[in-house]
Design a protein around this ligand. Structure first.
Ligand code: ATP
Ligand code: MG
Length: 359
């Protein structure tokens, strides 16, 4: 049998990144072995390590290498800790999101058996539009969306386009079709009539093309309240950038801890695994970092990629990783943020053993 090799980029990041990312590659390597495939990991410098070695956080050769890859893992970055001369630059993650038009940020939030959760029955996915809205550094249309006409007045420009709203709606609808088939469009069209009204209408038009789906919509403030009151009633939430940022933290916390929440950023052809948490410099080097979110993100990226290119082995890897992750958590193997006493590598090893089927 010829073993097909799939190439995946590995960008360790700063802070706890170099501690947690190797857990994800080790777990995925075991899953690949069980599926009879192989991953060719391509390490690429980005962030602090790239400043030290190449004098810039985002070396050109890292970007050229990413041009040729469909999938990569991005560790967290602590750009606040970079030398002052880089203060005006986009963060490494933002540079990559922009360059590859990673317009969809998909953040599933569900409670894990064995991990205490405020909302044990929550199982939602937030599909967040990742390129527009009020987030200036991400905004491709107007560059910096914030400005001050006088020292005492600050303005921000929010952009919503039909095209960008439609493409995130398609991703959300395709996702809902693989789940319970319910999609909720989140907006604030009673106040932000033109911008979030356009978002709502574009999403409705797209959802109408998917006959099996149940579609409704909510104002973002009501949505926040409903997520707390009746979390089990929702499935896929599709929303614009800022609302999605806030709602996914809320949903993640209701599901246990944002430290467990995996996420991917994708275009139509490329996918990046990225945990929702940051570089946690306060605990870097203490072996306390929780690797679950980056492992879960990696599984999501493999599933997304495998689905896009119809590669059952990649989807199989994602299934195996998610099952193993659930088993390790259910067995109580957790880092101190979840009340456990396992180290980062102990959690990673426990998941790897369960992937391989002998844990
Ligand atoms: P960013 O702006 O990059 O998102 P942040 O200000 O949200 O960063 P984080 O780096 O996410 O901050 O850290 C917030 C807190 O959560 C810190 O106390 C950190 O130690 C903790 N934390 C974050 N990620 C993890 C993790 N994987 N395991 C354990 N603790 C974590
Ligand atoms: Mg944060």
């Amino acid at each position: 049998m010829v073993t097909m090799t799939r190439r995946i980029g590995v960008l360790d990041g700063d802070g706890i990144g170099p501690e947690i990312v190797p857990c994800a590659t080790a777990v995925a390597t075991a899953a690949a072995e069980a599926e009879g495939i192989e991953f060719d990991w391509v390490p690429l410098p980005l962030g602090r390590s790239a400043i030290d070695e190449f004098g810039t956080p985002v070396p050109e050769h890292t970007l050229t290498a990413l041009d040729d890859l469909d999938c990569w893992i991005l560790g967290p970055h602590d750009s606040a800790g970079y030398p002052a001369r880089f203060a005006e630059q986009l963060t490494p993650g933002a540079v990559i999101r922009k360059r590859y038009g990673l317009y969809a940020n998909i953040r599933p939030c569900r409670a894990w058996p064995g991990v205490p959760a405020t909302a044990p029955d929550i199982d939602v996915v937030v599909a967040r539009e990742n390129s527009e809205g009020l987030y200036a550094d991400r905004n491709m249309a107007v560059g910096s969306g914030e400005f001050m006409p006088t020292p005492d007045i600050a303005l921000a420009v929010g952009v919503i386009t039909r095209a960008a709203s439609e493409r995130i709606a398609h991703q959300a609808c395709r996702l809902a079709a693989t789940r319970s088939g319910r999609i909720t469009i989140v907006h604030k069209a009673n106040v932000l009539r033109l911008t979030t009204g356009l978002f709502r209408d574009a999403c409705r038009d797209v959802a109408a093309q998917y006959p099996g789906l149940t579609v409704d919509d909510q104002h973002v403030d009501a949505m926040a309240a409903l997520l707390v009151r009746r979390p089990g009633d929702f499935d896929v939430l599709v929303t614009e950038n800022l609302f999605g940022d806030i709602l996914s933290d809320l949903a993640g916390e209701l599901a246990g801890s944002i430290g467990l929440a995996g996420s991917i950023n994708s275009s139509d052809t490329k996918v990046m695994a990225q945990a929702t948490h940051g570089a946690a410099p306060d605990i870097a080097g203490t072996r306390r970092a929780n690797p679950v979110a980056i492992i879960a993100s990696t599984a999501m990226a493999l599933r997304w990629w495998g689905t896009r290119v119809t590669d059952a082995a990649l989807v199989g890897c994602a299934d195996r990783i998610e099952r193993a992750l659930g088993a390790a958590l259910a067995d109580g193997i957790t880092t101190p943020d979840l009340g456990g006493s396992a180290t980062t590598t102990e959690v990673g090893d426990a998941v790897t053993q369960r992937v391989a089927g002998h844990g």
